[in-house]
Design a protein around this ligand. Structure first.
Ligand SMILES: NC(=O)c1ccc[n+]([C@@H]2O[C@H](COP(=O)([O-])OP(=O)(O)OC[C@H]3O[C@@H](n4cnc5c(N)ncnc54)[C@H](O)[C@@H]3O)[C@@H](O)[C@H]2O)c1
Length: 267
């Protein structure tokens, strides 16, 4: 049987841990040739080594997604190792818990820089590479997959600037779908819910530090309480949709946001 990704060359940013690492491992197991990128090069290398130890194909690149030069070098490294670029997952992101009235200009710029500008740069540089390659015989010209969030579909009070950045990711995805469909380039995003990663530890600690909760884990439990499927998400819950969105099975889909949250937000 042909593997789902059919040898596609895939970059995942923020893939040194958490959701990015889980998606990258699943795509490598499905026959993808991976470029594991992270601002922390040592974690990226560890994930790439794990994929290679399991018989998969992966290289690691240290790259800060807010640096255009670093993103260009990341794409060049992927092309040098795998011959071309087929899919980019702009997944790197940061979160911060801050009551609405306390958000400072510096808070806003920091979150927007990584979650907004970082995604824009990743999309722009990938599209340049896709356009230089052109379309294949099936009309496929490249694929963008961005990690947005349920926070890109709904505003949550002590995460207002984070939510604004994720609504921005949805908007960038839709705009790119309209801009580059003629080139056979599609753009979609994934909207995870409450995922047990280091990021949620940061969010949870923020709730406690801001006096919004009284103990560790309380915010995570409160946000998870109403999930229809009865539990918070693990990073691996995003693996299947990542493989689908990287594979030829979704080639006719563009401009869409796939909410994978166990049943929290209906949009
Ligand atoms: N955890 C959740 O509940 C949740 C829910 C919805 C969406 N998301 C989104 O999923 C994505 C991954 O989140 P996660 O939970 O795995 O977080 P995480 O903090 O566990 O991992 C994020 C990774 O991104 C890297 N990173 C941070 N800034 C970077 C930069 N400037 N350049 C390159 N890499 C950078 C970090 O080093 C880290 O390895 C983020 O975009 C996040 O906003 C997370």
């Amino acid at each position: 049987m042909t593997e789902a990704l059919n040898g596609r060359s895939v970059i995942v940013t923020g893939a040194g841990r958490g959701i990015g690492a889980a998606m990258a491992k699943a795509m490598a197991a499905a026959g993808g040739r991976l470029t594991i990128a992270d601002i922390d090069g040592s974690t990226a290398e560890a994930v790439a080594a794990e994929i290679r130890a399991d018989g998969g194909k992966a290289i690691a690149v240290e790259a800060d997604v807010t640096s255009r030069a670093a993103v260009q070098a990341m794409i060049a490294a992927a092309v040098a190792a795998h011959g071309r670029l087929d899919v980019i997952f702009n997944n790197a992101g940061i979160a911060q818990t801050r009551p609405f009235l306390a958000i400072t200009e510096e808070d806003w710029r920091r979150v927007m820089d990584v979650n907004g500008l970082g995604v824009l740069i990743g999309m722009q540089e990938a599209v340049k590479q896709f356009q230089s390659q052109g379309k294949d015989a099936t009309g496929f010209g490249g694929r963008i997959v961005n990690t947005a969030s349920i926070a890109g579909k709904q505003g949550y009070e002590p995460l207002a600037h984070y939510c604004a950045s994720k609504f921005g990711v949805v908007a960038l995805t839709q705009a790119a779908a309209r801009a580059f469909g003629k080139d056979g380039i599609s753009a979609n995003c994934i909207c995870p819910g409450v995922v047990a990663t280091e990021m949620w530890k940061v969010i949870d600690k923020g709730f406690k530090d801001e006096g919004l909760t009284g103990r560790d884990g309380e915010a995570f439990e409160t946000f998870s309480a109403g999930i229809l499927l009865g539990r918070p998400s693990a990073a691996d819950d995003l693996a299947g949709v990542a493989v689908f969105l990287a594979s030829p099975a979704s080639d006719y889909m563009t401009g869409q946001s796939l909410v994978v949250d166990g049943g929290m937000v209906f949009v």
